[in-house]
Design a binder for this molecule. Structure first.
Ligand code: HEM
Length: 416
């Protein structure tokens, strides 16, 4: 019997096969052990929550704190949230690590600066960046879409939005590259990159205080000057989390999304026909479906029980870490019809790819803009885009929180 179907044998998690395709293992967990205690590769024990209803409930449950101080593990195991530099105290006070009332105050402040209107005004700039990056490889007939496209686009976009001058953005590209490669590289490199990025952000915040512009950092400073206080550490941590939360996620949306479309030719042809007809409806529902089907955030960031509670019939003790598996919840047949089928026109699609509750993704409008622009432009400019590698040979990053490809080799008829 296939281990994935054997009710007596829990599947092996966090192996190479699992990283390539975790969905059969998640199906097993959803069915046989929906709230499952496991030992993570780091050695920390945590609960995995895989059913949609339980996941949604856990994401909104205020008894599950985001503050790592509530973790019951020895100090050395703390802070393993998947965010490089997390243990650096100066960058700790960001949205994904704090609870109300601090979270409410900081989220209100950043929401004043990071408005849907600001994102909408940014659309022409995202289009320009997208075209410039595609120009870089369109005449070659082949590319690695991760390195040449999905990786730089969100970095330049968020740098622009924050107000990082163009001449400094390649530094960010390097630092981000060092942070994202940390799975295989020396940890020292990550720490150095985080340190440099922080020093730069503190400097930039100083500069924007005396010489504000029409950018997000100046907006944050302005918002904090009107009554509510934002400390320098909080401002640096905020800029850092905007960069960090908005970067690898969007890389993976473009990477996983393109990969799914290349593997589902009928859905991809349907999207191309709709784009050629000048429609945007299928693009919008399509990007949501790609988030549900193989989203960038496999597990939501860490939560810790502040008191004993019961979830999905399972008792969880105070101090226990709880990991909500968004990728499993979004394939739950109890919530989605034919969950393993990619249907770009899916209507009833309240997926958890952006989370749920008070920590719901602040950058969702920007992510949607970038995802839609990137996929539409790619499929329109390079209409016969195809995978130039055996899917079985593609390598996925082994991190805990994110799900994404290391490389995505493609071929296409070169642009003249
Ligand atoms: C939070 C997903 C892009 C900024 C979250 C959460 C998820 C998520 C699942 C909640 C995590 C949790 O509850 O543990 C995504 C996905 C993206 C994306 C799938 C791309 C496709 C962005 C972008 C930005 C951003 C572009 C900003 C520029 C944030 C911030 C939070 C957050 C600041 C924390 C909000 C809070 O704690 O109040 N995101 N994100 N994200 N995201 Fe995103």
């Amino acid at each position: 019997m296939n281990a994935a179907n054997d009710p007596a044998t829990p599947p092996e998690l966090f192996t190479w096969e699992f990283a390539t395709d975790p969905y059969p293992a998640y199906a097993w967990l959803r069915e046989h052990a929906p709230v499952h205690r496991t030992r993570l590769p780091s050695g920390v024990e945590a609960w995995l929550v895989t059913r949609y209803a339980d996941a949604r409930q856990a994401l909104a449950d205020q008894r599950l704190s985001k503050n790592p101080a509530h973790h019951d593990e020895p100090a050395h195991a703390r802070g393993k949230t998947g965010i490089p530099g997390e243990r650096k105290a100066e960058l700790m006070t960001h949205l994904l690590n704090i609870d109300p009332p601090d979270h409410t105050r900081l989220r209100r402040l950043v929401s004043k600066a990071f408005t849907p209107r600001r994102v909408a005004e940014f659309a022409p700039r995202v289009q320009e960046l997208t075209d410039r990056l595609i120009d870089g490889f369109a005449t070659k007939g082949e590319a690695d879409l991760i390195h040449e496209f999905a990786f730089p686009l969100p970095i330049y976009a968020i740098c622009d939005m924050l107000g990082v001058p163009a001449e400094d953005q390649d530094d960010f590209r390097d630092w981000a590259g060092q942070m994202i490669r940390h799975g295989g590289g020396p940890r020292g490199g990550v720490a150095r990159a985080v340190k440099r990025m922080r020093a730069y952000l503190v400097e930039l915040i100083h500069r924007k205080r005396s010489d504000p512009g029409d950018d997000l950092i100046s907006g944050l400073i302005r918002a904090s000057d009107h009554g509510e206080h934002l400390t320098e550490n909080e401002a640096a941590a905020m800029a850092f989390i905007l960069l960090f939360a908005g970067f690898e996620t969007t890389v993976n949306l473009i990477g996983n999304g393109t990969y799914a479309l290349l593997r589902e030719p009928a859905e991809r042809a349907r999207l191309q026909a709709s784009l050629a007809a000048g429609e945007t409806g299928l693009l919008a529902t399509g990007v949501e479906e790609l988030l549900r089907y193989d989203g960038p955030v496999e597990l939501a960031t860490w939560r810790y029980a502040t008191e004993p509670l019961t979830l999905g019939g399972q008792r969880i003790e105070r101090g226990d870490p709880v990991l909500v598996v968004l990728a499993a919840a979004d394939r739950d047949p109890a919530r989605f019809a034919e969950p393993d089928v990619l249907d770009l026109g899916r209507r009833d699609n309240q997926h958890l790819g952006y989370g749920h509750g008070i920590h719901y993704c602040l950058g969702a409008p920007l992510a949607r803009l970038e995802g839609q622009t990137a996929l539409a432009t790619l499929l329109t400019r390079l209409p016969d885009l195809r995978l130039a590698a055996d899917p079985a040979e593609l390598r996925w990053r082994g991190g805990l929180i994110m799900r994404g490809l290391r490389t995505l080799p493609v071929a296409f008829t070169p642009e003249k």
